[in-house]
Design a protein around this ligand. Structure first.
Ligand SMILES: Nc1ncnc2c1ncn2[C@@H]1O[C@H](COP(=O)(O)OP(=O)(O)OP(=O)(O)O)[C@@H](O)[C@H]1O
Ligand SMILES: [Mg+2]
Length: 225
């Protein structure tokens, strides 16, 4: 099996009062193990919606999604939750750190939900990977934006996911910190992690092996290489 994720005719509608918003209109895509994929498209085109559905943070209104060989629509709530927790790491544009928890506690948070014992050697490893081992007792408001995002990357890694979904991970960072986060994602990809990231930055997108262009809830084009 060489596909980590397969989407067939994925649809998502949001109801806003009497109005129906068609956020995704039949998305077909395949992502292989080990790929580095960029998702591009105008504001409101459906990129976040697509990532949230691929990450099982939200369910599609129609169509089929297969992750690691499991058809998501056939999974019970708890099976879906463990798939999301154990197999997928999420990185958000706004970092989404818990302000009352320090760096180390934020990174360990996903383990709390899966009721796993922290592997402190692996925690050290992950903090070193993102260059935050010297800040492990700092609270988020004692960190720079770039540091906060590095903590968020560490948190996404703590469950050793095979798939990382990153929604504009460098959208709130200056160019130096953007490159640093992107280098980190590339390094993880070279270690075998499949990565899908949303970006408006064409330079970063050009470094991906595959670029998916979205417009108005549909895939407009897929560029490889
Ligand atoms: N919870 C919601 N309820 C209603 N409509 C929504 C909801 N979330 C998103 N939408 C609508 O769905 C469409 C796609 O939104 P989405 O957030 O996926 O776009 P995006 O491509 O990520 O945009 P951006 O580049 O600005 O982040 C938009 O028209 C948006 O207004
Ligand atoms: Mg978005």
């Amino acid at each position: 099996m060489d596909m980590i994720l397969q989407a067939g005719n994925l649809e998502k509608t949001y109801k806003r009062g009497a109005e129906v918003v068609y956020a995704l209109r039949g998305i077909n895509l395949e992502i292989n193990y080990g790929e580095l994929v960029a998702v591009l498209g105008p504001s409101g085109s459906g990129k976040t919606t697509l990532l949230q559905i691929m990450g099982c943070l939200d369910r599609p209104s129609g169509g089929e999604l297969i992750i690691d060989g499991s058809a998501v629509e056939t999974l019970s709530g708890s099976a879906l939750e463990s798939l999301r927790r154990d197999r997928i790491g999420f990185i958000f544009q706004q970092f989404q750190l818990v302000s009352s928890l320090n760096v180390q506690e934020n990174v360990l948070l996903p383990l709390l939900f899966s009721r796993r014992k922290p592997d402190y050697a692996y925690l050290d490893n992950v903090l070193q990977t993102v260059g935050m081992e010297h800040r492990r007792k700092h609270l988020p408001d004692q960190l720079s934006g770039g540091e906060m995002q590095r903590v968020a990357v560490a948190r996404a890694l703590i469950n050793r996911p095979g798939l990382i979904l990153a929604d504009e991970p460098t959208g709130n960072l200056d160019s130096e910190n953007s490159s640093r986060i992107f280098e980190l994602l590339k390094k993880l990809n070279q270690q075998g992690v499949t990565i899908v990231f949303v970006t408006h930055n064409h330079e970063l997108a050009d470094m991906a092996g595959k670029r998916i262009m979205i417009r108005d809830g549909s895939i407009e084009a897929v560029h490889a290489g």
